[in-house]
Design a protein around this ligand. Structure first.
Ligand SMILES: NC(=O)c1ccc[n+]([C@@H]2O[C@H](COP(=O)([O-])OP(=O)(O)OC[C@H]3O[C@@H](n4cnc5c(N)ncnc54)[C@H](O)[C@@H]3O)[C@@H](O)[C@H]2O)c1
Length: 422
């Protein structure tokens, strides 16, 4: 089959297996080069990534495995390919990760299913035991130190529209809406360059509560509890969940909207976890953080009003200043300069944070000069100059690349088997 991107209203409904695979390999090469030269005093050896197949979760897995040599268990919810239909991008990313990890001798297990369910939490505990056995088989042959089935790092990187609470079986749905009053913001149709105004009605109380249920911190806490109860969480375990704050002009729809309420709950959960850890000498070495990451092009962010417009201008400014980053650059910097930087690798209290205890790798995005220049640019964009003054082309490229399209070196005219990554 020949696959060309099918995009409408900033949503792409297909993807290209070979392009997805090439992007994963590119991220592997980047992080190998950037991280493996200077190992931290203590690097994570067994890492669990919840939401491992795309975006920040995939980068977190790649950096832990190929940067630090960690064994990884990844969980995601993806659609497999059939002989007549391609799978989802995350499906191909996982296949590529698994195959590259196997080639590099890095133990890796990928589980597909609903991370919110009790069943997936139980399967993960078993997978952690299995992967440890796998690791130790190789370690015995190489005379290397053995691993215990205890996770050193848990990355919580889910982005989901729905969640079924395993305790009551009720399905909750998240929405991206403002709170209190209607929001209207510009966005760019990346395929045509057209500037459109998108509106969103204010959320109901129920919609706010449901979004918190899906994207808040409850499930993160359930995961840590489940791992702890099963005895598979190390005494020094670190856990991270990701959030976004962004510029004030997006707050009505993001930070002060439904999703922001959910992210507030994520921060509540981080604090609750730390309180629990500190309560006993056996768990006092564990630590949870929320990391504030940079705004990037993902399948989800492309449909939020104002975000494509803002990101197209932000990227232009950051690229001009030579400080632009994608997911893998962000996570590499998160590990190298924050989570495992110098003494922080040994002592979690030394991990650099803001006054709220959050890790900030959105620091370059939020720099005053960057924000000011981005705002000025946004005010000067018209439909006539949008292609030349913004980085809409970069936005479009990143979006297509997240679906395996517009990747250099891939022959998009070639007939391919959707079940193979080459
Ligand atoms: N994209 C951004 O600009 C940005 C910026 C800062 C923070 N963040 C945050 O980072 C986190 C990850 O976002 P992303 O943009 O990388 O998302 P993404 O859509 O690329 O990845 C989401 C992952 O969650 C998995 N997933 C979704 N529902 C699942 C389920 N029920 N069970 C198992 N797996 C499931 C998907 O398979 C995928 O692996 C989110 O918390 C997001 O808010 C994103």
């Amino acid at each position: 089959m020949i696959l060309k991107p099918m995009v409408r209203n900033n949503i792409c409904i297909n993807c290209h297996p070979l392009g997805c695979a090439a992007v994963v390999r590119k991220e592997i090469a980047y992080t190998k080069n950037a991280l493996s030269a200077e190992r931290p005093a203590v690097a994570p050896r067994l890492v669990l990534i919840i939401g491992c197949s795309t975006g920040y979760g995939l980068a977190s897995r790649i950096a832990a495995a190929f940067g630090y040599g960690a064994a990884t268990v990844g969980i995601s919810f993806e659609k497999a390919a059939t002989p007549s239909k391609p799978g989802t991008p995350g499906y191909y990313n996982n296949l590529t990760f698994d195959s590259e990890a196997a080639k590099a001798g890095l133990p890796a297990l990928t589980l597909d299913g609903d991370a919110f369910s009790n069943k997936m939490k139980e399967q993960t505990v078993e997978a952690l035991k299995d992967i440890t056995a796998l690791y130790n088989d190789t370690a015995a042959k190489n005379g290397a130190a053995k691993l215990t089935p205890q996770v050193d790092l848990v990355i919580y990187s889910l982005a989901s529209p729905v969640r079924t609470d395993p305790r009551d079986g009720v399905m909750y749905r998240s929405v991206i809406k403002p709170i209190g009053r209607r929001y209207s913001g510009k966005t760019i149709d990346m395929m045509t360059g057209r500037i459109i105004t998108l509106g969103a009605e204010p959320a109901t109380e129920e919609e706010i509560a449901h979004t918190v249920k899906v994207m808040g911190g409850e499930d993160w806490e359930l995961w840590i509890d489940a791992l702890d109860k099963a005895g598979v969480l190390s005494a020094q375990a670190r856990t991270l969940a990701y959030t976004y704050i962004g510029p004030e002009l997006s707050w009505a729809i993001y930070k002060n909207g439904t999703i922001g309420k959910a992210k507030e709950d994520l921060e509540r959960a981080g604090k609750a976890l730390n309180k629990k850890f500190a309560a006993s000498p056996e768990t006092a070495g564990r630590r949870a953080w929320v990391s504030v990451n940079k705004g990037l092009v993902t399948r989800a962010s492309a449909v939020i009003p104002i975000i494509p417009f803002y990101i197209s201008c932000l990227f232009k400014v950051m690229k001009t200043k030579g400080i632009h980053e994608g997911c893998i650059e962000q996570i590499t910097r998160l590990y190298r300069d924050r989570l495992y930087a110098g003494e922080a690798a040994l002592d979690p209290a030394k991990v650099p944070t803001d006054s709220e205890g959050r890790i900030r790798i959105d620091d370059w995005e939020m720099r005053e000069d960057v924000q000011q220049e981005t705002l000025t640019l946004m005010n000067n964009v018209t439909e006539e100059n949008v292609l030349s003054v913004t980085d809409i082309e970069g936005f479009k490229h990143d979006f297509l690349e997240a679906h395996g399209f517009d990747v250099p070196g891939i022959d998009y005219g070639a007939d391919i088997d959707p079940e193979k990554i080459g």
